[in-house]
Design a protein around this ligand. Sequence first.
Ligand code: PEP
Ligand code: MN
Length: 333
Amino acid sequence: MIIVLKHGASTEEREHLVEWIKNLGIDVHESDGSYQTVLGLIGDTAKIDADLIASLDIVESVRRISDTFKCCNRRFHPDDTVINIGDVQIGGGAFAVIAGPCSVESEDQIVYIAKAVKQAGAQMLRGGAFKPRTSPYDFQGLKGEGIKLLLTARKETGLPVVTEIMSASDLDLFEDVDVLQVGARNMQNFDLLKALGQTTKPILLKRGLANTLKELLMSAEYIMSSGNPNVILCERGIRTYSDYLRNTLDLSAVPMLHELSHLPVIVDPSHATGISRIVPPMALAATACGADGLIIEVHNDPPHALCDGAQSLTPDEFAVLQRRITAIRDAIR
Ligand code: PEP
Ligand code: MN
């Protein structure tokens, strides 16, 4: 259920109403937007008399919401959520590019790439330390050592770092990481989502390989209902009939998710396509359709990358793309 308050509702009356609802065992999410104040009620609202609430002086309207997702629902929180990561912002008109290698391989590699992507205009550095690989015989990442190297690269460049967490038991290792990524394969690892909900870190939640938008939103709901409102959604391509491409990039997910949810939505054209030359056009298309940011794989030596070389841009290719992204942003503003 949502309750829209009238402009100028007194703080005292509002607090009184919120307390009364909470005493019924119902959670109240208060959203003070630029146009309206919305109280989102979560719990067994069947016991609330909607007509009685609607008759209160401070109430403009009352609506029952049947959507199963609440905290991330646009109707509970009409304004865009803006996620702050140091000086970087994502959402609500703020656009950010995250760039870096699929995996952290060495100090030289990550520091070199971090400097190059910063120079080109990226706002954050990505790099996998814990890698979810299809084959157990493939490079599994440098794990804790990889996180330390990412933090070295942050120190050298000032770029906040984004890296994937695969298990809640590793959480201590991620204490100094800026953004924790939940990979596609873990989108429905509900114990992990609940554990991340108990942190205050921004979470980059990637859509699963064969998951619907509602399932993605329900996974965001797991994190948010556990107490962490800082979620960034990521469309990274889904499994369809694509034969020449790694996945199918569902760009229509961007405006649809924006309609359904107030959370920022970014796009990963690298994992979506799997082919470096297809990455720039899809990155530009994602920018044009209103994404709040991009996450792009960049490697100094793609043919010798330990993971995902075929989809990685060189720093020079990334610099060209970054200029074109800026041009698209200017064109749609
Ligand atoms: C990654 O970002 O390196 C990654 C493994 O992505 P995804 O979970 O989308 O496959
Ligand atoms: Mn990768």
